[in-house]
Write a protein that binds this ligand. Structure first.
Ligand code: E4P
Length: 221
């Protein structure tokens, strides 16, 4: 399963990229707004730092605007994936951009039928938002299971990009289902690295090493 980071924060992107954890990045207008400044600078920088796919989202809601913006976004790099909303105009833009060789991520997917239609329109990625479904009392992971089952019956070539991830257990469940990608807020990736027994174990190792060193101060690894 590929791991994308769901942020426009350059510091976080560099941090996790230096650990070799990142296969790509997803952004959206809210994430861009959170960082402030000129989003163009961030978009340009992200596409340079990350070798894998970088999803940059259009803000137009009608077809021709999406096409214009999609083509402009693509100029930031060959790794740019144009993110369009799951609307009739979004699907039309998905079809046109994909036919022109520009990969598309269809976002704001909340049902299996929406994922099916986005795949039919030629999307490289569908982004089901599982956390936001959980928030309204629907089982987000159940949707991932359904899309996985449907996609495995056919040969769309569309990847399931699990979005709106809220906690590490979402990641484990998505991996068990066999989702292609999860996109994670930096905080979730931080939490995935931690376990209390790792912390305690390391403290004990170092305490024992100090004991050994107290009798032999010149010892070095
Ligand atoms: C996905 O591409 C979206 O940017 C993101 O996962 C939305 O997550 P949220 O529901 O936490 O805003």
């Amino acid at each position: 399963m590929k791991i994308f980071l769901d942020t426009a924060n350059l510091e976080s992107i560099r941090k996790f990229n230096d650990m070799g954890l990142l296969d790509g990045i997803t952004t959206n207008p809210s994430l861009m707004s959170k960082e402030g400044g000129n989003p163009k600078d961030a978009m340009e920088e992200i596409t340079k730092i990350i070798k894998g796919d970088v999803s940059l989202e259009v803000v137009s809601t009608e077809y021709s605007g999406m096409m214009e913006e999609g083509k402009r976004l693509r100029q930031y790099g060959e790794n740019v994936v144009v993110k369009v909303p799951m609307t009739p105009d979004g699907l039309k833009a998905c079809k046109s951009l994909s036919s022109e060789g520009i990969p598309v991520n269809v976002t704001l997917i909340f049902s299996a039928n929406q994922a099916l239609l986005a795949a039919k329109s030629g999307a490289k990625y569908v982004s089901p938002f599982i956390g936001r479904l959980d928030d309204v009392g629907q089982d987000g992971m159940q949707l991932i299971q359904e899309i996985k089952e449907i996609f495995s019956n056919y040969d769309f070539g569309t990847q399931i990009l699990v979005a709106s991830v809220r906690h590490p257990l979402h990641v484990v469940d998505a991996a068990k289902i066999g989702a292609d990608v999860v996109t994670l807020p930096p905080g979730v990736l931080d939490k995935m690295m931690l376990h209390p027994l790792t912390k305690i174990g390391l403290e004990n190792f170092l305490a024992d090493w100090d004991k050994l060193k107290s009798g032999n101060p010149d010892i070095k690894i």
